[in-house]
Write a protein that binds this ligand. Structure first.
Ligand SMILES: Cc1cc2nc3c(=O)[nH]c(=O)nc-3n(C[C@H](O)[C@H](O)[C@H](O)COP(=O)(O)OP(=O)(O)OC[C@H]3O[C@@H](n4cnc5c(N)ncnc54)[C@H](O)[C@@H]3O)c2cc1C
Length: 291
């Protein structure tokens, strides 16, 4: 399945992202979540890849289960940080063998601990990795974009300049970091267009799953918690799981409404290997004939 063809259909494309399970117990939960969410008939699913190859085998096994066993349209990720060209080829050859046609290419992050395992020829930026993959394989490639700018970027404009390099080197679509104010996304898309980036840009959606996770991840990912969301997070009892999920579902559904009404090419859900919120949001949007 080539993602680039899906985005040509003029219908919002529904995609969902998962982490590979880390152990047997997580595998069972993962399978259940995949079965629940694939019943919504998403256009494709995707499996992340730990930087430094930390989930190399787990990611491969998860992609294999989805593509080979469950026959689901699946995108595999590769994060280049720490890996050498031969490592990258080994990972990609295995994906190719099981029928993967689309690869989402990211740099990955430096582990906070030590650099001992960093390959001397590791790719420094995703654009270099994309160029390398493009010159050796026929995969459709995607890349990451950051509506508020990547946390290390000197400015949003420079970050978009580097995004353009990723597209020029072969990325055919962009999935964004999540954001809690659609204005960041629309402003980003405008700026990308102004710089000549003309591939589909798909908003990433991260519903609130827990208050702590939302606050912690927003710092790591550089996704601003808006005043409106902050007020809601302060008002809810963080231990009241149902109320927190409900808040997250309502907030994300409203965000998705705004995005779909402006004609975004798709919605990409960061599921965090959970199903309840994504199911509720998608069902609601379908009831409203928005998706
Ligand atoms: C949709 C999505 C999925 C993700 N999935 C994963 C995953 O599966 N595994 C994982 O480990 N991480 C994942 N990430 C996180 C990602 O790896 C990190 O955000 C990482 O810090 C940056 O990756 P990138 O591909 O955007 O890097 P790059 O595009 O290389 O950019 C990294 C930084 O370098 C700057 N830069 C880029 N090119 C240059 C250049 N030539 N010269 C100077 N500066 C430059 C950019 O402005 C940016 O600040 C994901 C992110 C998103 C949005």
């Amino acid at each position: 399945m080539r993602v680039s063809t899906l985005y040509k259909n003029n219908q919002p494309v529904l995609s969902m992202e998962f982490f590979p399970p880390r152990n047997q117990a997580a595998s069972e939960t993962f399978n259940g979540v995949i079965d629940t969410l694939s019943a919504l008939d998403p256009d494709y699913l995707s499996i992340t890849f730990g930087a430094g190859g930390s989930t190399r085998d787990g990611s491969y096994q998860a992609v294999k289960v989805l593509i080979v066993n469950k026959k689901l349209p699946t995108v595999a990720y590769i994060a280049g940080y720490g890996l050498g060209p031969d490592d990258i080829r080994e990972v990609l050859d295995k994906y190719k063998e099981i029928g993967v046609e689309t690869i989402f290419v990211i740099r990955g992050d430096k582990p906070k601990t030590d650099d001992a395992a960093l390959h001397p020829d590791s790719f420094l930026y995703a654009s270099d990795l994309i160029a390398f993959i493009k010159s050796h394989y026929d995969f459709t490639l995607g890349c990451a974009g950051y509506p508020e700018g990547h946390i290390e970027a000197e400015s949003l404009d420079m970050d978009i300049h580097y995004l353009k390099q990723k597209v020029e080197n072969g990325a055919e679509y962009v999935v964004t970091q999540y954001f809690y104010d659609n204005a960041y996304f629309f402003n980003f898309v405008e700026k990308c267009k102004a710089q000549g980036i003309d591939v589909p840009i798909i908003p990433g959606i991260m519903p609130v799953y827990t208050v702590n996770m939302t606050r912690m991840l927003s710092k790591v990912c550089g996704s601003t918690i808006t005043k409106a969301l902050d007020t809601q997070l302060n008002a809810v009892n963080p231990d009241d799981t149902d109320s927190v999920l409900k808040l997250g579902i309502e907030f994300a559904t409203e965000q998705c409404r705004g995005l779909l009404k402006k004609g975004v090419p798709g919605l990409h859900f960061y599921t965090m290997d959970r199903s309840k919120s994504t199911v509720a949001i998608v069902q609601q949007l379908r009831q409203e004939n928005l998706l």
